[in-house]
Design a protein around this ligand. Structure first.
Ligand SMILES: [Fe+2]
Ligand SMILES: [Fe+2]
Length: 354
């Protein structure tokens, strides 16, 4: 699938951020009263240690540009520039989504543990979104975040779905940022924009956000057993498949960084799977050839849907329907593909060692 509308004005950037397609980042709202009732006392020692790290705020001075920032922005071909802008807008939307959700939870609850946590995470995400928006501003394409907050659609998720989805997106965000950082650390000639230099310390924030949700879920073990394991499985397949399809919409971005999108995605999946063993009793067999074939088929189907949309008319509409059904069937097969089972470790916290 290629990117169809061009990001060449702030309005176009905002439109991209507002889009609610299958693969675009969403905004969430939840049940605040249920969030208020959360109890983390069974993981108190690990929780308090984590809160001290948040208070220590070792990234407080990180999200500032150095004077040479602008000089390190390379010239880009129009195709690369569009994919890079799409990457920035999509990353900005994800960061801002976390910022809004964490901030809304903080404002609507009294539970001191969860309120303090949400305040720290919202602080981090606002730095992240602000930092990305500065790079969009360089091109005159900054997104009006106040307007985005008011006008983008919100999806309601029960707290447990927020935990599964947000835990995964924080950990996968860590794995994505660190994989890009390590690649460009080895190949500095491929670092075509200085923002990638910030990813190492940045991704430690995401790692810690994921740790917070891991502790919340481990403190409430019902979330990780019984029928809920089917929900965990659903979110794993949905998040991995979305990432795979989305990354394949940006071929030039990966070429520029010297990454093959498939290899990059499988590296990210392996890291994420290693981490999620701290909390999820199952993991996906992403290195199995049949599982990989299913992801590749989803990617092809998504290309076909985009082509049918572009064709328009009744035939285009009919084709879209047919490919959507094929996508659902493929997703279902991926969902039922055998998973690996694990016992959960006694010590929950992990260190970002990648
Ligand atoms: Fe973030
Ligand atoms: Fe985060």
């Amino acid at each position: 699938m290629s990117i169809t509308t061009v990001i060449d004005t702030p309005e176009a950037a905002s439109q991209r951020a507002k889009a609610n397609s299958m693969i675009s980042p969403r905004f969430y709202t939840t049940d605040f009263a249920a969030m208020d009732r959360l109890d983390v006392s069974s993981v108190r020692a690990e929780w308090d240690k984590m809160m001290l790290e948040y208070e220590g705020d070792n990234n407080h001075d990180h999200f500032q540009r150095d004077p040479g920032f602008g000089a390190e922005i390379h010239d880009m071909s129009p195709e690369l520039k569009q994919e890079f802008l799409d990457f920035l807008v999509s990353s900005l939307t994800s960061e801002f989504s976390g910022q809004i959700l964490y901030n809304e939870i903080r404002k609507n609850i009294n539970n001191p543990d969860i309120k303090a946590l949400m305040g720290f995470m919202a602080r981090d995400e606002s730095r992240h979104s602000g930092f990305i928006n500065q790079s969009l501003r360089d091109y005159g394409l900054a997104v009006d975040l106040g307007d985005l907050k008011k006008t983008k659609a919100y999806t309601y998720f029960k707290p447990k779905y927020i935990f599964y989805a947000t835990y995964l997106s924080e950990k996968i965000g860590y794995a994505r940022y660190i994989t890009i950082f390590r690649q460009l650390e080895k190949n500095p000639d491929k670092r075509f924009h200085p923002i990638f230099k910030w990813f190492e310390r940045w991704c430690n924030d995401e790692f810690r956000h994921g740790e917070s949700f891991a502790l919340i879920m481990r403190a409430n073990p019902k979330l990780l057993t019984g029928l809920n394991v089917y929900w965990i499985r659903f979110f794993l397949v949905a998040v991995y498949a979305t990432m795979y399809v989305r990354d394949h919409t940006r071929p030039q971005l990966h070429v520029a960084m010297g990454l093959d999108p498939k290899e990059y995605d499988y590296t990210v999946f392996r890291i994420t799977t290693e981490i999620t063993k701290q909390v999820f009793p199952i993991s996906l067999d992403t290195d199995h050839p049949s599982f990989r074939a299913g992801l590749e088929r989803l990617h092809q189907i998504s290309d076909n849907i985009a082509a049918a949309k572009a064709r328009g008319g009744l035939v285009g509409l009919a084709k879209q329907g047919i490919w959507a059904a094929a996508g659902l069937a493929t997703f279902t097969r991926l969902y039922f593909f055998p998973v690996k089972h694990h016992a959960l470790p006694a010590e929950i916290r992990m260190v970002p060692a990648w």
